[in-house]
Design a protein around this ligand. Sequence first.
Ligand code: S3P
Length: 444
Amino acid sequence: MSQASAPKPLSARRAGPLKGHVRVPGDKSISHRALIFGLLTRGATEIEGLLEGEDVLATGRACSLLGAKVERTGTGKWTVHGAGVGSLLQPKGVLDFGNAGTGSRLMMGVVAGHGVSATFDGDASLRKRPMKRVLDPLLQMGAEVASEAEGGRLPLTLTGTADPIPVTYETPVASAQVKSAILLAALNSPGTTTVIEKEATRDHTEKMLAHFGADIKVQPHGAHGRQIVLTGRPELQPNKVVVPADPSSAAFPLVAGLIVPGSEVVIEGVMDNPLRTGLVTTLLEMGARIEAKNRRTEGGENVADLVVHASNLRSVDVPAERAPSMIDEYPVLAVAASFAEGTTRMRGLHELRVKESDRLAAVHAGLVANGVNAVIEGDDLLVTGGPVRGGGTVATHLDHRIAMSFLVMGLASESPVTVDDGAMIATSFPDFVPLMAGLGADIS
Ligand code: S3P
């Protein structure tokens, strides 16, 4: 298991308005995938704007163990010399993914579709997360698993097959990680694999498959879903990947700019993929003053500069169908709702219970610790806004987004907010504290 670093408490307190231009790091989902596609492509894949956070670096190390040469050539610039589909090496060590659910689950798909055997492990948070949802389809495709922990949890050893069976699989939970694991296993399958999802989830794997030359077809399915059909055994062609700024990281300066009076913040080049924009949609419904300027395309994704002005927010009812497009943004939305007039209801948050922490419980506890009126009703979270007292200490449970969300709260609450451990912020947003300080925030 990864060694936990010493806890690093951090506090955020009110200061002047936030002002300035920032660019947040590269998208975490695309960064993991860029390295993995580099591994699966024979030749050199160049990546620009890679998120150099601990989660992504763990995926890079796993790619090396499976036979890729992974080189850093400059800030955010990496080249992966890949082994190619069907040509992975038997890893000589444990694949330790630290805190990274995405890296571990996607790589389970890769290993399942190759004739290699690998042991997967991670930190105390990752060891608690459910893996059965990914293993079920991979076992149908011919992989075998030996798990030491109950419920298929890490650490586990997965033995793949050199001839994965093509399947048609309807994902029982809305999960881009499950979908992606199946598609990655299917890349080495001698046939056509179909994945059906009732609710469309982020489509970065599908886009990257097309970008590297695979034969993939995506069609609508039902009211909100998609059907994805992939033909196995393509010869993937090396292609440059430019990683746009992560909307899930942009969420923190965005909400901070809305709740700190007098603020005006510009966040540059934020990915504007409709499967990731649920937070902005919701904040606009709450009366947020956010303008999207300079809409353009970067690395095959739409991006825009977000101009954010401090706003008087009002409560909103967030429908459950919106959850996949903002699944990682509920903690910081709950913070925004704490400052909004009225009671915000966020519906259908069951998936939050299986993230880096039980985020529903962690958010609720953090709100209550800071004097916010919050209630969990079934899978819904209700937050009644108003002036926020603050003054509480929040348990982050090894969860980077809980830490950053409550530090954002402390920038606008009456008394400072403390998080018990800010060390995990390095998994997704290593420069969060200096970037926020550059806007005038007081976090230390
Ligand atoms: C991700 C998918 C989501 C999200 C995670 C990143 C991805 O997880 O929460 O942070 O890159 O595919 P689920 O697939 O579990 O919903």
